[in-house]
Write a protein that binds this ligand. Structure first.
Ligand code: SAM
Ligand code: DTB
Ligand code: SF4
Length: 329
């Protein structure tokens, strides 16, 4: 059963379950709802880098922080499709294009992104974009071009949000997510731990996600990548046990969602990542760069998959399962 009526008290109890018990319960839910040992492999590409007008305190791409990230204009469609083809050949089934924009504007750059979406979709990959805020019409245009998912993170609780970002509101984030849903695009929405938030903030964020009318189809859990020059550069490193606790709680609350072990893997051992998979993570970002920071290479991940007996999830599997259940082949 997929519940969307969780209470803060229930989530608090789950989150605070003794760790080994929590992992066991999450692993059980995971096995009841998903195929064991199957992990979705997604590749990220920063199609427009740096120079962002926003003030997100964690972000190396905000123009106002001196982080050494070089500003790069929107890439050409051909370059992006070449990169997508390489990612596909290396085993990725989802390709996510990120732009350091506050919001999408109706201009030539957006038309070029629509073309990129069409191109990647035609290659048989699930296409995802993360371009900042969208209105209803822009979301529809992306859907028509073949967009499969849109990533737009809540990052933290609504209460803590203002401590991290002042140039937009939590409400702005929720409206974009609404526009994505209305356009029939799947939702990828999660957050970051290690921003200086309390456990209560993490629980509130999970409450917001797990009580949406539809659970997001993917929930990325990022550990803060501490980038020199950002206001959060000296935050303590995220404890892996906190990642495990967050992933396990998300898995129990949203049994069918792809829970993504996102930023932070470059600083985690195989054993630490294995615990996250055990606790219900079933998606990763692969390829040696996230947007601007390092990530394990395809080769390293292949070795880990082999060791742990994990296999990549095929593209569009949810649709195939739904069609099979309805008797359509
Ligand atoms: N500009 C768009 C936006 O903010 O929605 C899209 C790109 S933005 C870089 C996508 C997400 O990356 C952010 O919402 C945040 O969750 C994540 N992110 C950015 N910097 C990060 C960092 N240093 N550590 C972990 N996650 C980070
Ligand atoms: C998400 O939740 N994490 C990804 C993706 N969605 C866009 C981004 C992580 C960015 C980490 C910092 C960087 O590489 O710039
Ligand atoms: Fe800009 Fe997105 Fe980075 Fe915020 S997270 S500064 S909106 S690129």
């Amino acid at each position: 059963m997929i519940r969307k009526d969780w209470t803060i008290e229930e989530i608090n109890d789950i989150y605070n379950t003794p760790l080994l018990d929590l992992i066991y319960q999450a692993a059980k839910v995971h096995r009841e709802h998903n195929e064991t040992g199957e992990v979705q492999v997604c590749t990220l590409l920063s199609i427009k880098t740096g120079g962002c007008p926003e003030d997100c305190a964690y972000c190396p791409q905000a123009a106002r922080y001196n982080t050494g990230v070089n500003v790069q204009a929107l890439m050409k469609k051909e370059e992006v499709l070449d990169y997508a083809a390489k990612a596909k050949a290396a085993g990725s089934t989802r390709f996510c294009m990120g732009a350091a924009w506050r919001e999408v504007r109706d201009n030539k750059d957006f038309d070029r992104v629509l073309d990129m979406v069409k191109g990647v979709n035609e290659m048989g990959m699930e296409v995802c974009c993360t371009l900042g805020m969208l209105n209803e019409e822009q979301a529809k245009k992306l859907a028509d071009a073949g967009l499969y998912a849109y990533n737009h993170n809540l990052d933290t609780s609504s209460e803590y949000y203002n401590e991290i970002i002042s140039t937009r509101t939590y409400h702005d984030r929720l409206s974009t997510l609404d526009n994505v849903r209305k356009a029939g695009v799947t939702v990828c929405c999660g957050g970051i731990i290690g921003l200086g938030e309390t456990h209560a903030d993490r629980i509130k964020m999970l409450y917001t996600l797990s009580t949406m009318p539809e659970h997001p189809e993917s929930v990325p859990i990022n550990a803060l990548v501490r980038v020199k020059g950002t206001p959060l550069e000296n935050n303590p490193k995220v404890d892996t046990w906190d990642m495990v606790r967050m992933i396990a709680t998300a898995r129990i609350l949203m049994p069918r969602t792809m829970v993504r072990l996102s930023a932070g893997r470059a600083e985690m051992s195989q054993a630490e990542q294995a615990l996250c998979f055990m606790a219900g993570a079933n998606s990763i970002f692969a390829g040696e760069k996230l947007l601007t920071t390092p990530n394990p290479s395809f080769e390293e991940d292949n070795i880990m998959f082999e060791l742990l007996g994990l296999k990549p999830r095929e593209a569009f599997k949810t649709e195939k399962e739904l069609a099979e259940a309805a008797g359509i082949s």
